[in-house]
Design a protein around this ligand. Structure first.
Ligand SMILES: Nc1ncnc2c1ncn2[C@@H]1O[C@H](COP(=O)(O)OP(=O)(O)OP(=O)(O)O)[C@@H](O)[C@H]1O
Ligand SMILES: [Mg+2]
Length: 112
């Protein structure tokens, strides 16, 4: 018998949870995502706040929702770069997430 009623509830990949108290933040991010359909593409969106306050959850969920809403025109990919220590390894991970072959470091970031 497991100690947990639903161990999957601990998974950070579970996006189907009820998000509490992030309506304003979600609205702001949603507005930015909506803007992409009119060609407004921000290079970076910074989301900041205390650890465990839902930054990743809200961002991933909204991106997934927007992907569905845009009927394939918008695609979101989640890449965790927490363990990557160099710009090259981050670039390589992004490349792999986009479907490319991982590269050897000698080709450099520009090569990627
Ligand atoms: N506002 C919220 N409503 C519902 N669940 C939440 C909320 N914030 C956090 N959680 C729960 O806590 C888990 C961890 O949250 P999340 O990873 O999004 O935090 P974070 O702000 O990205 O943390 P970190 O700064 O460590 O990256 C979520 O997967 C979710 O289960
Ligand atoms: Mg996070």
């Amino acid at each position: 018998m497991s100690l947990f009623k639903d161990k999957g509830a601990l998974s950070l990949d579970r996006l189907s949870v009820e998000i509490i108290g992030r309506t304003e933040e979600a609205k702001r991010l949603d507005k930015i995502l909506e803007g992409t359909s009119q060609g407004f593409l921000p290079k970076v969106i910074s989301v900041f706040g205390p650890p465990g306050s839902g930054k990743t959850l809200v961002t991933r969920k909204l991106c997934k929702d927007y992907e569905i809403k845009s009927e394939g025109k918008f695609k979101s990919i989640y890449v965790n770069i927490g363990g990557n220590r160099t710009v090259f390894s981050v670039a390589n991970k992004l490349l792999a997430a986009l479907g490319g072959e991982p590269q050897l470091s000698r080709i450099g970031v520009n090569g990627i």
